[in-house]
Design a protein around this ligand. Structure first.
Ligand code: S3P
Length: 700
């Protein structure tokens, strides 16, 4: 794959072919976890080799499970229930909520502590939903603020089995509790008000555990033409008898219906198409999308049904279809929870309105999917409205506008794949900003789609502007643009755009202080003590800043309020500033042209910068911007708190002894309170053009 992670899909002529999609993600996680708890050797066929599952394999290996791949088969040497050993490192679960939550259950009963962490997206996802039941069992848990990762679980001898009623319809929570119950004597019960995927229960039984499911049907809503009717309203009580002896048995992982959904919807919306996806899991608790598409008029047929390791599979054939809008009931959400992004794409090409209900959980997936879908569709010219818990899409196949569109995926694999599918049937191309995350669940997606006839190109990442429209005078000279200002003034956004436009490197110096702050938070020192310059914490921060590496900074999760606070504290320590001054200057000296933003670039770091700006805005305007930004990332943000935090940061930045925030005398001040970012950029660009340091060599 080229270096770039951006891709564009364009209108394609009909799609044809017979394919298989990678193994089911849910079954793959469970295959590794449960075979690790069996006595003996398991061979797993068709395991999804996506990054999410590979993280689970690595975590199990770190706890003494023998896992290796021979040819196409994964071999797991189980250690038996209770046989895991203490890992010597933090378990990094990458992007995977399933991996993290299920593994927490699996290791929770052990008397040794285990710490879990994940990428930026996973660190934002709620873990309270598994912390609560595990604590009821007696597990001791410490977590980052708000019940988030990084998080440490520790069990012991005194754990008790529980009966737990799920407050959210979540197979991950159910599985977490059952997996914990696996290693606790007695009966662990989970009551789920709405049935969710039952792969854990099925596989536990397949390996010899006693799992009793009692069903209380509260009402039915069976769809006539659907493959396997989804139960619309029924409560289940699932009871596992703890500490069973699991026997190793080979497992074949069927194709993932959540992955098959992408080529299948592509075939439905691209005229003249017909494709078959073979060997797809059709567990009725996973096929809500197919039920829905059939109700919308999709030509979808199931053939060759058979059983595989306790799960039902079939081949699915889909042909281009005239779709109509429908209402998708809330009760169906658990059986298609990952499929709403691609359903919304299908709905954009349907006649009439599709209303999707019961979508609250989408807000806490790999991204806030509800907003990501609605925003993306609007960019493409589709009428879409996201409510708190719902999504309404006004489809119109005949007059669909679809501008050439750039979609923000928020690093969410399913958003990326969905919008690439949309581009295959739209009038204009659709570009998604990052396809790297697709590998978490569907490695080989782009190649497989291309094999069917889809037009998808990789692209070099470019800004919305032509690069190098200005060349420095003389052409070979290096240059520096310094942009200072208080927190949330918008300086980072414009600095990045200016750097792109000039083809220069962009250095966010705040990030460097944040990196020191994060490392200090992760160490055993009390961040609060760092303000005392003579304290150990301050000395430690100085040591950290001396060893900082620019490449390392890119991989740290630095984007939250507590890190911002930590950065503000460490950046007030003179020794830290001195160490980082050299670091920043060295980075700049190694570049041909650089745009830096920070608090003291024009005044201290680069007093000889070619152009200096000081970007500011009223406290309220900045608080509003920060609030909106945070709201799109986290569940509960309180405007008053954001305002107060900013007020405190301003005070700290202005009054600190070391390099207090102040505009360099020769800086051009821009107040952005009443300007949008385009207007700010235009003002700055005019200044740069008029400075005489660059000559114009191209148009916009
Ligand atoms: C999964 C359950 C679902 C789903 C996820 C996989 C599982 O999450 O979104 O992709 O394997 O148990 P929730 O249980 O949190 O809804």
């Amino acid at each position: 794959m080229p270096k770039s992670t951006q891709a564009t899909s364009s209108r394609s002529t009909s799609l044809h072919g017979t394919i298989t999609v990678p193994g089911d993600k849910s079954v793959s996680h469970r295959a590794l976890m449960l075979s690790s708890q069996a006595i003996g050797r398991t061979e797993i066929y068709g395991l999804l080799e996506g990054e999410d599952v590979l993280h689970t394999a690595a975590a199990l290996r770190a706890m003494g499970v023998g896992i290796e791949k021979r040819d196409k088969v994964w071999i797991v040497d189980g250690v038996g229930v209770g046989g895991l050993s203490a890992p010597s490192e933090v378990l990094d679960m990458g992007n995977s909520g399933t991996g993290a939550r299920l593994m927490m259950g699996l290791v929770a009963p052990y008397e040794f502590p285990v710490t879990f962490d994940g990428d930026a997206s996973l660190r934002k996802r709620p873990m309270g939903r598994v912390i609560i039941p595990l604590e009821k069992m007696g597990v001791v848990i410490t977590s980052a603020e708000g019940g988030k990762l990084p998080l440490t679980v520790q069990g012991g001898d005194n754990l008790v089995p529980i009966c737990y009623e799920l407050p959210v319809a979540s197979a991950q929570v159910k599985s977490c509790v059952l997996l914990a119950g696996l290693n606790i004597p007695g009966k662990t019960t989970v009551i789920e008000p709405e049935p969710t995927r039952d792969h854990t229960e099925r596989m536990l039984r397949y390996l010899g555990a006693e799992v009793v499911v009692e069903e209380q049907v509260l009402g039915t809503g069976f769809s006539e033409d659907a493959l396997q009717p989804v139960r619309e309203s029924c409560s289940l009580q699932i009871t596992l008898t703890g500490q069973p002896e699991l026997r190793a048995r080979n497992i074949e992982v069927p194709g993932d219906p959540s992955s098959a959904a992408f080529p299948i919807v592509a075939a439905l919306i691209v005229p003249g198409s017909e494709i078959t996806v073979r060997n797809v899991l059709i567990n009725s608790l996973r096929t809500g999308l197919y039920t829905t598409l059939i109700e919308m008029g999709a030509d979808i047929a199931f053939s060759n049904r058979r059983e595989l390791a306790g799960e039902e599979v079939a081949d699915i054939t889909a042909r281009h279809s005239k779709l109509k809008g429908i209402t998708v009931p809330a009760e169906r959400a658990p059986s298609m929870i990952d499929e709403y992004p691609i359903l919304a794409v299908a709905a954009s090409f349907a006649e009439g309105t599709t209303t999707m209900l019961g979508l609250k959980e989408l807000r806490v997936k790999e991204s806030d999917r509800l907003s990501a879908i609605a925003d993306g569709l609007k960019v493409c010219g589709v009428k879409a409205e996201a409510g708190e818990d719902s999504l309404v899409v006004d489809g119109n196949p005949s007059s669909i506008i679809h501008h050439p569109s750039s979609i923000r995926t928020h690093l969410d694999h399913r958003i990326a794949m969905s919008f690439l599918v949309l581009g295959l049937a739209a009038e204009n191309p659709v570009t998604v900003d990052d396809i790297a995350m697709i590998a978490t669940s569907f490695p080989g997606f782009v190649d497989l789609m291309r094999g069917l006839g889809a037009v998808i190109r990789f692209q070099e990442k470019v800004s919305g502007f032509k690069k190098n429209v200005l060349k420095p005078v003389p052409e070979t000279s290096s240059f520096i643009i310094a942009i200072d200002g208080p927190a949330a003034s918008g300086k980072g956004t414009v600095a990045r755009r200016i750097a792109e436009r000039l083809g220069a490197v962009y250095l966010d110096t705040g990030k460097i202080y944040r990196a020191v702050g994060v490392k200090l938070m992760q160490s055993s020192y009390d961040i609060g003590e760092a303000e005392d310059h003579a304290s150990l914490a301050a000395r430690h921060a100085i040591e950290i800043s001396k060893t900082l590496k620019i490449d390392e900074i890119q991989h740290l999760e630095l984007d939250n309020e507590s890190v911002g606070m930590a950065a503000s504290i460490v950046s007030a320590i003179p020794g830290v500033r001195a160490a980082l001054l050299d670091f920043q200057r060295a980075v700049v000296a190694s570049k041909q042209g650089a745009v830096l933003d920070g608090r003291d670039i024009g005044s201290v770091v680069c007093p000889d910068a070619d152009v200096k700006f000081y970007i500011t805005a009223s406290l309220e305007a900045r608080a509003k911007r920060r609030f909106n930004q945070l709201k799109s990332q986290t569940e509960s943000v309180i405007y008053g708190d954001v305002l107060q935090n900013l007020r405190e940061r301003d005070a700290r930045d202005k009054t600190r002894k070391a390099a207090p925030l102040q505009a360099a005398e020769d800086a051009i001040r821009i107040d952005t309170t009443d300007l949008n970012m385009d207007e700010v950029f235009d003002k700055m660009w005019n200044v740069i053009q008029g400075s005489g340091r660059w000559s114009v060599v191209g148009g916009q």
